[in-house]
Write a protein of this length. Sequence first.
Length: 133
Amino acid sequence: MDVDLERLVRDRAGGACEYRKLPEALCFFSFEIDHIIALKHGGQTSAENLALACYYNSAKGPNIAGIDPESGVIVRLFHPRRDRWHRHFRWQGGQLVGRTSIGRATIVVLEINHPEAIAFRESLANEGRFPSA
């Protein structure tokens, strides 16, 4: 990947995972550049299709859709370039809650509310270093 393109993606994200909003400075592992639509699905290595993602984002893999646990309907996943984060998600303590079918399916597929992740975010929130609401 072109160095300038990687810098653009990192700068645009403001140092935080574009799916979980977890700041890179608080994590043990460097964040990666994620293809929002995987190459195997025709996604391109372009600014429009790239997002900064934390280590925990590995559960996403090449997935572009998931099942909304509330309705059982297959829906596309959250797209950081096209969707507004606050429209699809909200914090409830260290747990991320989906406001929409896209938000709920994304939380499940990306395993965002894994118990270890919730505990980590709650500890950061208790220290005032992560949003709790």
